[in-house]
Design a protein around this ligand. Structure first.
Ligand code: PXP
Length: 245
């Protein structure tokens, strides 16, 4: 009998609820309220990215999320002293280290872990030492997986942005890269996650990769909530993921 794949977790990224809130400077819509609704609708965890410029999630959101959530919080953060200090103060379940450029609209590519081993080593080790599960947001590339192994990161999240934005044969090729990378990570004892740009239309093939344990999805779910409500958009994403597992 073939091994059944690990259950697939859904992490809902609530950054863009905060984007809408911040557009008018008040408190509505509340990303923490959205996080609690997301959990009710089937999210296994909540993801939030505290950016250097605080353009969406703010420091106080992290504190409120930590107090309110009964599911794991995955804090996305740049590899900086400031973010390390914040992570160590709040001790979320997980911290996903992402590259961050001030001028980008979103996280535009994976972390070059292979090119920054010495910068990342103390950060990964401090987070891990505090009991925070460290994830590296990398391209599905064997050199980056090798860096994750050298750094002792327990988790990698593969950037699916290229997969999401390509079509046809090139998309199939990128899907194969994600699938091969997930197999390689799992073979080396690293838990593979995936995320970025996932929608109802493109989530299936990524969710079907048997080694992938968690998907982190944000922008599409919050956008789709305009049409079907947040609970509706999350329940439908969950359904699409479960269809292929
Ligand atoms: N995973 C990581 C590490 C991210 O930085 C992001 C974007 O903030 C996501 C997942 C979610 O991407 P999207 O908002 O396109 O679903």
């Amino acid at each position: 009998m073939p091994n059944s794949p690990a259950p697939l977790r859904l992490g809902v990224n609530i950054d863009h609820v905060a984007t809408i809130r911040n557009a008018r400077g008040g408190t509505h819509p509340d990303p923490v309220k959205a996080a609690l609704l997301a959990v009710k609708a089937g999210a296994d965890g909540i993801t939030a990215h505290l950016r250097e410029d605080r353009r969406h999630i703010r420091d106080e959101d992290i504190a409120t999320l930590m107090a309110a959530l009964t599911v794991p919080l995955n804090l996305e953060m740049a590899a900086t002293e400031e973010m390390l200090e914040i992570a160590l103060k709040h001790r979320p379940h997980a911290a996903c280290i992402v590259p961050e450029k001030r001028e980008e609209r979103t996280t535009e590519g994976g972390l070059d872990a292979a090119g920054q081993l010495e910068t990342l080593r103390p950060i990964v080790s401090a987070l891990g030492g505090a009991g925070i599960r460290v994830s590296l947001f990398i391209e599905p590339d064997p050199a980056q997986i090798d860096a994750a192994i050298r750094l002792g990161a327990p988790v990698v999240e593969f950037h699916t942005g290229r997969y999401a934005h390509l079509d046809g044969a090139v998309r199939a090729e990128e899907l194969r890269r994600v699938s091969d990378a997930a197999a390689l990570a799992a073979k080396n004892g690293i838990e593979p996650h995936a995320g970025h740009g996932l929608t109802f239309d493109n989530v299936g093939p990524i969710a079907a990769i048997p080694q992938v344990v968690e998907l982190n999805i944000g922008h599409f779910l919050i956008g789709e909530a305009i049409f079907g409500g947040l609970e509706g958009s999350i329940r439908e994403m969950r359904r699409q993921m479960d269809l292929v597992r």
